[in-house]
Design a protein around this ligand. Structure first.
Ligand code: PMV
Length: 376
């Protein structure tokens, strides 16, 4: 039975009038066409269609790190940060608000996730449900897939919540600006707000929920930098960044790190805008080391490095002294991101591959913004 079956035309006409001609909603209508047929046989016609949208987002690598929150619940950061999106590593997420569901369902890489993972996604969906009566009482099915390992310092939560923000708000019929999407993504994972805009992205701390969001300072094609990632361990990390942020203030070094972050941000921003690699390399390495100094001196201690992590850091420092335009930065995991110029990228990848403990090398260019995928 088709969507415009004669018996249902009136009900559907009323229903469709509620919706705009957005492609995401056309997709929703098509999906519902099948369910209406089933419900009709059972004698119950539900006028609320499934509303569905799919979005894609990239992880980002911070050149100046975010670590610690002024407000844990709202994820208002203790310090400003700067990142670049990583092209080629994608999270693709489909959200369906479905009247037939009795609770939210979360699939990650095809596997159903329950417990804390599901709760975090549900809490995030509540933020969307709060914003519109259209889906306020509907549960959702979230199907998310990464083409890279989750939870090992490759910022899958950033691309994950950025894609979820874009897909869920579109499926709910909201038309949010980039700023609003960035704020929404921030509620799922702080760094996710930086995966909404494209290219080189700054997240100013802001004063409150409204003013804390990320924006692009230069598009992806501004500077052909590369992030050559040395994968050392792709297992899920023991302590995630949400717990990490919560203990940042237990380190006696955090106050000094936060107080000096605006200076590092200013240097990194100027270096990016001027395409000055030497200046960028200095501040990127210093900033990453300062964040890890805080982690290592927190209570409990957060030691993400493995022996190969240190081997890569030392090797890259030496290569730079010998003229190769490369520097390192490390997130909350053992993998090392080697930021380098396009000219240096092949040489960096070759050299990384032969360092003992490096399992795999992935190269990313600077990538664009999170976006909807029509007709998915
Ligand atoms: O957004 P979260 O909670 O996953 O925190 C990200 C923290 C770091 O990746 C370590 C640093 C950053 O700025 O991305």
């Amino acid at each position: 039975m088709k969507f415009n079956d004669a018996d249902n035309t009136q009900e559907w006409a009323g229903c469709v009038a509620l919706f705009s001609s957005q492609c995401t909603r056309i997709a929703a209508r098509d999906v519902r066409g099948t369910l209406v047929a089933e419900n009709r046989k059972k004698g119950k016609i539900d006028l609320m269609p499934i509303q569905r949208a799919t979005a894609q987002a990239l992880p980002n690598i911070a050149l100046v790190k975010y670590w610690g929150n002024r407000d844990q619940a709202l994820r208002l950061p203790s310090n400003p940060s700067l990142s670049m999106n990583m092209a080629g590593l994608t999270t693709t997420t489909t959200v369906e608000f479905d009247p037939a569901l009795k609770q939210d369902v979360f699939l990650l890489g095809g596997r159903e996730i329950n417990g804390q993972g599901l709760e975090r996604v549900s809490r995030f969906l509540n933020q969307v449900r709060l914003q519109t009566s259209e889906v306020s009482r509907l549960f959702a099915r979230v199907d998310s897939r990464n083409n890279f390992p989750s939870g090992a310092g490759l910022a899958s939560s950033a691309s994950g919540f950025a894609a979820l923000a874009v897909a869920a708000s579109a499926a709910a019929g909201l038309q949010l600006s980039e700023t609003e999407l960035s704020r929404l993504a921030r509620l799922g994972s702080g760094s996710a707000c930086r995966s909404v805009p494209g290219g080189f992205v700054e997240w100013a701390v802001g004063d409150d929920d409204r003013s804390s969001y990320a924006y692009s300072i230069a598009p992806a094609d501004h500077w052909d930098l590369r992030d050559v990632v040395a994968l050392i361990d792709v297992e899920h990390k023991a302590v995630g960044s949400t717990e990490g942020h919560a203990v940042a203030d237990t380190s006696p070094l955090q106050a000094a790190r936060v107080a000096t972050a605006p200076d590092r941000l200013a240097q990194a921003r100027s270096a990016v805008l001027a395409r000055d690699f030497a200046s960028l390399a200095d501040v990127v390495e210093l900033d990453s080391l300062m964040m890890h100094a805080v982690m290592i001196t927190s209570s409990p201690v957060l030691m993400y490095w493995q022996p190969a992590t240190i081997a890569v850091m030392q090797a890259v420092r030496q290569w730079r002294l010998n003229g190769l335009a490369a520097c390192t930065t490390i997130d909350a995991g053992p993998n090392v991101h080697v930021i380098c110029t396009a000219e240096a990228a092949d040489e960096v990848a070759l050299r990384l591959r032969v360092i003992p403990g490096v399992r795999q090398v992935i190269t990313a260019r600077v990538g664009g913004p999170a976006h909807l995928i029509p007709n998915h």
